[in-house]
Design a protein around this ligand. Structure first.
Ligand code: NAG
Length: 289
């Protein structure tokens, strides 16, 4: 079957601004996806403008790296055009952004792999909330492309595996928005209000010390890696025995101990992004048969 994805999307969208805290609609999901795509679009164009081929090569990258990042940037611009076209007058407009950790091509590439991974988690997490079947195809086609962007960064550029684990990690709307909002300085007041919130930032030191503005009383750290979530009680602002899942995974601080029930409803801080590259050269972890 041949159809225009944008036309299919257009059919069921409506320009209505609804109050926060309500069921998430397909229009919300498209606006949420567009919010992320605008961020990615800005991210690539802004830093490709700053770091030219000479800067990439001075940082040690072969010439094909920046050329392929240019290609990825074109994809993100196309995702913005696709979703904007579908939403019409309800399209979310770009915000202003800041990426204080990006100072050179190396930190640009490191941030790019995390942003692509969060994009994958966003589309995966949103998939089960989509009502219109045709949107699932459109979202899925963006999702698999973002996954291959991330796989290219982690394999070709970083010389690691192009995956984290056997399954990618779905994240809830507010989990994703919390990560994205750390890079958003301000948005046009005319933008639609999404039924999502940004949780306070969370970081967890190697010794288990938790840093957040949220209260840690009666909380748990839940580590989300693929479809597996593990829970760890917090005591005195610290957590013990956290696992180090291969690749990129996420930790949230929640009042819920049950791993099945962790969601935007009970998260109090995070996600904290964890990254444990798999070092094939050192057979780490050792194969267990
Ligand atoms: C977690 O919640 C699910 C769904 O309500 C329930 O079936 C399960 O028994 C709970 N697990 C624990 C350990 O309480």
């Amino acid at each position: 079957m041949k159809y225009s994805a944008a036309a299919v999307l257009l059919a069921a969208t409506a320009a209505v601004a609804l109050p926060a805290k309500r069921a998430i609609s397909d229009t919300d999901i498209l606006q949420y996806a567009l919010t992320l795509e605008h961020l990615e679009d800005y991210f690539y164009h802004n830093f490709l403008d700053q770091f030219d081929q000479a800067a990439f090569m001075a940082a040690g990258y072969p010439d094909w790296v920046r050329n392929r990042v240019e290609n990825i940037a074109q994809h993100e611009a196309q995702h913005v055009a696709l979703l904007s076209g579908a939403l019409g007058s309800a399209a979310t407009q770009p915000c202003t952004y800041a990426f204080p950790g990006v100072t050179d091509p190396v930190s640009f590439m490191a941030t790019a792999t995390l942003i692509e991974n969060v994009g994958v988690s966003a589309y995966l997490g949103a998939a089960s909330s989509i009502t219109e079947a045709a949107y699932v195809t459109v979202a899925g086609s963006i999702l698999t492309t973002e996954a291959r962007h991330q796989g290219w960064f982690s394999s070709s550029v970083d010389m690691g595996p192009g995956w984290s684990g056997p399954e990618d990690t779905p994240l809830d709307f507010s989990e994703v928005y919390s990560i994205a909002s750390a890079f958003i300085t301000s948005c046009p007041s005319s933008n639609p209000t999404l039924p999502v919130q940004a949780f306070p930032a969370l970081s967890i030191a190697a010794d288990g010390t938790i840093t957040t503005t949220a209260s840690t009383d009666g909380t748990y750290v839940q580590v989300i890696a693929g479809l597996i979530t593990d829970t760890f009680p917090v005591s005195g602002g610290k957590v013990a025995n956290l696992p180090a899942p291969q690749g990129i995974s996420y930790a949230v601080l929640t009042t819920q101990s049950n791993t099945t029930l962790v969601s935007d409803e009970n998260i109090v801080a995070g996600p904290f992004i964890m990254n444990n590259p798999f070092l094939s050269k050192f057979a780490n972890p050792a194969p267990s048969f």
